[in-house]
Design a protein around this ligand. Sequence first.
Ligand code: AMP
Length: 397
Amino acid sequence: MSDLPPRVLVINSGSSSLKYQLIEPEDGISIASGLVERIGEPVSHTEHIYGDKDVAMDQPILDHTAALREVLRLFNQVGPDLETANIIAVGHRVVQGGRYFDGPALIDDQTRNLIDQLSPLAPLHNPAHLKGIDVARQMLPDVPHVAVFDTAFFQTLPDASATYALDKETADRYSIRRYGAHGTSHQYVSNRVHDLLGRKRIRQIVLHLGNGASASAVVNGRAIDTSMGLTPLEGLVMGTRTGDIDPAAIFHLMRVGGMKLDEIDTLFNKRSGLKGLTGDNDMRSVRARANAGDKEARLALDIMIHRLVKYVGGYAAAMGGLDVLTFTAGIGENDAVLRQELCDRLKIFGIKLDPVGNVLRSKDPRTISSDDSAVRVMVVPTNEELAIARQTFSLLE
Ligand code: AMP
């Protein structure tokens, strides 16, 4: 038995990257973290942070096996020593859990096969996760491995919000329905709100506004709607994704523009959103340009806010009222002007921000509405890695 508290190694494996963090789930402390980027390219980038040590390197890393081998070498060389670090499990982020998973799952051959079967629904993500899962299970065979799904929190969506008005047989045959995404973040943030307010009965909207962006409606801890759908393309205006768009635009681009499906996929996912509207996907640049009088940047922000207003209004109506509106992720946590501009448009709900509280910078969860606001408005920093570590830990307890 180790004297150290239990620790979970969280792995987020992408198609060309592997991010990791060693976390103590009980007290939420991050012990070490790092990433390997540009796996398979001529020069990959590696960074490992432990205490005040920060080791970065550029070197070729052929594949995920080589990447994880390098990560284990860095733990060995820079610390902490994994042999004695009291790692009780490895938690893997998995984007698509389909209808199979409504919570974390121990990774055995059956779970692995289901993640594989779901790959057509998340072709960019699930195969990449499996690479990380396979090498991690080989290299760390003595601890349980757990999959934590981005879609799990939204498995509770009522059929009325999860079902598209599509020919039923076709939808069933191809598993087309709304699975949502960012669920680990929405669950973590909405649970934090319950803990912080010490109340069980809350109708809340969580706005996860980062490079990817999504909204969720959560009633008493249970998600009843979310803006992402079959894939993370649906919903809000994002860094590079369209969010909601008439699907007939695809037919039009194919028929009139002669575009191929893959080109349209790339256009909608990588060359749209803020990037498509302004050439810039970083909110800080778009905001700076709008402040300097750039009309394109201002219009992009207006489109983003208009869409947010529609989602907040729609969700508030669907829930029969709104108690808490919560902002999280890069833009939600940091862009006080966006929060102010959005809340100014939500006066119909009696929302009033505290102008001083809204601009205070802090890494802590906080209330930013005024005392006489009819809806409490909060900023609650998200922490997906910690949420994955906690879900992994909870499955093993
Ligand atoms: P995430 O995907 O959660 O890391 O969020 C990334 C987004 O947050 C990018 O669009 C950043 O420009 C944005 N962001 C980060 N810091 C700020 C800030 N201080 N003001 C506005 N946007 C920010």
